[in-house]
Design a protein around this ligand. Structure first.
Ligand code: CA
Length: 394
């Protein structure tokens, strides 16, 4: 069972914590008020909050106990939840979803090696498409938390400066608006300033995962990024899914990562099933048109694992706080229909996509909607990451 956590409101009920159970939301504030959490070592008031942060900051053991208890309440024939069904379950069509996390800091990695390779091939055709540091450390930059929005929030096309036809800068709306298919790692337990998190303990700091669309204006980005990196081409908006899937739900979907050669330095060295195998897809629809799947990828294509990203992020003593989000970087597969951005899918606009309605795209047009979804099946285990969607406005 996925049982993701989110923040919802309905009618006169203020935003509070819920768990998605098929088409219904289990209202954890009410479940707590009815006494169902009385035997657990937590204050049920954490579920009466408009963000998940207080719950995410609790010990992993407590979070696991809550999840196990909810599973027990949902599946045990004597659990008595059915007797109060109308009090604790709300159909999802009745609710409004909110940004589930108060995001403190947002860091964007570049751990999708096929994405990094494609970008290198495009812009540095001579030599190795990967820069010399790529296989030695998880490359990242600090992003902007203030503009992270929940799925469904419209995205306004950014204005900025970028090179015109004669390479002199012009000002206007971006002509190269793109998406980036990423996974967002939501930090639960904070780390201590000055104390690196060992890679083998790094997963203790992960509360869960969200789908993450790191909207990007390629023309603004290309003009501004040297020498200090991405800025206005990136920080106008990033969208996350409304439901945060707890780390525990990912356990059945562990996979081994790619062979890391050369062997990373000791503080980044891990082995075993450090990665996850979650199927991802990107759908695009134009104004008034049906959606079409334009990419299918998988989180196993990440070179660096979430634990390695955390170990690297903290190795210099930088601390992580509850509610921080570390995005993985664009997750492209090896095949052209598995690329996680229009930059790659259209090879920098040189190979436009044709949609079922006959229109073509190099980059996003006003009125376009991008929907990213994630799910995985393993035997009788299944998880759904839900979706993150956003429509471009002018
Ligand atoms: Ca990105």
């Amino acid at each position: 069972m996925t049982l993701p956590y989110g923040i919802f409101s309905y009618d006169i009920a203020s935003p509070r914590v819920g768990v998605l159970v098929d088409e219904h939301i289990l209202d954890l504030e009410i479940v707590g008020l009815l006494g169902f959490f009385n035997d657990l070592p937590l204050d049920p008031a954490v579920f009466a909050k408009p963000v998940l942060n207080d719950f995410m900051a609790l010990d992993k053991a407590v979070q696991r106990a809550v999840r196990d208890h909810i599973i027990e309440l949902l599946t045990h024939p004597d659990a008595k939840l059915e007797a109060v069904h109308n009090q604790v379950f709300i159909h999802r069509s009745r609710v409004q979803m909110h940004l589930p996390v108060r995001v403190g800091d947002y860091t964007d990695f570049y751990a999708g090696i096929h994405h990094a390779t494609n970008v290198g091939r495009m812009f540095r055709p001579e030599g190795d498409p990967l820069l010399p540091n790529y296989r030695h450390l998880p490359v990242a930059y600090h992003g902007r938390a203030s503009s992270i929005v929940v799925s469904g929030t419209p995205i306004r096309r950014p204005q900025g400066q970028f090179p015109g036809p004669d390479q002199q800068p012009v000002f206007g709306p971006s002509k190269a608006l793109d998406f980036e298919l990423e996974l967002g790692i939501v930090i639960g337990k904070p780390s201590v300033l000055g104390q690196p998190v060992p890679v083998e303990l790094a997963e203790d700091h992960i509360f869960g995962f969200v789908l993450f669309n790191d909207w990007s204006a390629r023309d603004i980005q290309r003009w501004e990024y040297q020498p200090l990196g991405p800025f206005l081409g990136k920080n106008f908006g990033s969208s996350i899914s409304a439901w945060v899937v707890p780390m525990e739900a990912f356990e059945p979907f562990r996979v081994e990562g790619p062979v890391q050669e050369p062997t990373p330095l000791p503080y980044l060295r891990t082995s075993g099933q450090t990665h996850f195998g979650i199927d991802l897809e990107v759908a695009l629809s134009g104004p008034g048109s049906e959606e079409t799947i334009i990419s299918r990828s998988n989180t196993r294509h990440l070179y660096w694992s979430p634990a390695q990203m955390i170990a690297h992020h903290t190795v210099n003593g930088c601390n992580l706080n509850t509610g921080d989000i570390l995005a993985t970087g664009t997750i492209s597969g090896t095949e052209p229909n598995s690329y996680g951005s229009l930059l790659e899918l259209t090879w920098n606009g040189k190979q436009p996509l044709t949609l079922p309605d006959g229109t073509t795209r190099t980059f996003l047009q006003d009125g376009d909607t991008v929907i990213m979804r994630g799910m995985a099946v393993s035997g009788d285990q299944r998880i759904e990451l839900g979706e993150v969607s956003g429509t471009i406005g002018g």
